[in-house]
Design a protein around this ligand. Structure first.
Ligand SMILES: [Zn+2]
Length: 309
């Protein structure tokens, strides 16, 4: 090494050292980044005019069944865990539009646990859990009231994250029919869905044809089983892109149900894992499936819930 280059090197090291001192001083002087305010999970994002139009247009003008009597649903959308703002806003608008356009029911929207009081529940024919997460329904009679509500003959509907609740309440997890166990199929993807039971009345909206949808698709852990329900829709693993995420682990039985109905005592449960974001509620066949499922839960649309493998 020449003398000249070693001098250059020494100068370089000195400059680097000086630089690091300056940087350290700058870091010390810099104000601390403001702490992120906690997310307000009571405030839904506003849907654009275009989204609103698309959601309204996807709702059929008539419901499949004529209600046997005036029906009322409680749409509950409280989140203690992950907050699906877009999915909740889209689902709430879709359900409000169903009520307005078809007259199949009237809908109340709530995030207040007081609505699970037995006396309050008595006003309703079905409860819809629209993307609720980690619900902590008080154990002061309200939890039992919800179980009794369904088991004595009313309805329960679950949209998307409705299976992301009840991890410590096995009876409710079994009532809904499964617990969230990840989503190998991310919300940015478009996934193929197969009609499990093309002749089933609740699959009427699909006209017997499978479809592709941009949505986040869940996999489930126990108490998910086909033994106590009729599965209506399943991921179509014959589609190469849809099969890929299942290769990295997932269920040994490759059973990725999306929608099902089941009897709970004298009551009826309909769950569909679609609904991660508002775009799902602009898909007419999927919205038709939701409306038919709600009418099944209400007791107006008779459907076979016996298990079928
Ligand atoms: Zn989601």
């Amino acid at each position: 090494m020449s003398r000249r280059s070693s001098v250059w090197m020494a100068a370089g090291i000195a400059a680097a050292f000086a630089g690091s001192v300056v940087m350290a001083a700058a870091q010390q002087a810099a104000p601390k980044p403001a702490a992120k305010p906690p997310q307000d999970k009571t405030k839904l994002p506003e849907l654009s005019a275009q989204e609103q139009q698309a959601i309204d247009a996807a709702v059929p003008s008539t419901a499949t069944a004529k209600p046997a009597k005036p029906r009322r649903v409680l749409v509950f959308w409280r989140c203690e865990g992950f907050f699906h703002g877009s999915g909740i806003a889209g689902g709430n608008r879709s359900i409000a539009t169903m009520a307005e356009k078809t007259g199949a029911f009237t809908a109340d929207f709530s995030i207040d646990y007081a609505d699970f009081d037995a006396a309050s529940l008595a006003k309703y024919d079905a409860v819809v859990l629209n993307n609720t997460t980690q619900l902590a329904i008080p154990d002061d009679g309200k939890k039992q009231a919800l179980l009794d509500f369904v088991r004595r003959g009313k309805g329960l509907v679950g949209i998307h994250a409705a299976t992301d609740n009840f991890y410590k309440w096995p009876e409710a997890a079994a009532m809904m029919g499964g617990l969230f166990a990840g989503h190998p199929w991310g919300g940015g993807g478009t996934w193929a869905v197969k009609i499990d039971d093309p002749g089933h009345v609740l699959n009427r909206a699909f006209g017997g044809k499978g479809y592709k949808l941009k949505d986040e698709i869940y996999q489930f852990k126990d108490p998910y089983t086909r033994a106590d329900r009729r599965v209506l829709l399943t991921l179509d693993l014959s589609d190469a892109d849809t099969a890929k995420p299942a290769e990295k682990g997932g269920r040994a039985d490759k059973d990725y149900a999306i929608s099902w109905i089941r009897a709970e005592g004298k009551g009826r449960v309909f769950y569909c894992s679609h609904g991660h974001a508002a775009n799902v509620f602009a898909d007419a066949p999927v919205v038709g499936h939701f409306l038919d499922g709600i009418q099944y839960a209400l007791g107006d649309l008779p459907a076979d819930a016996t298990p079928k493998r």
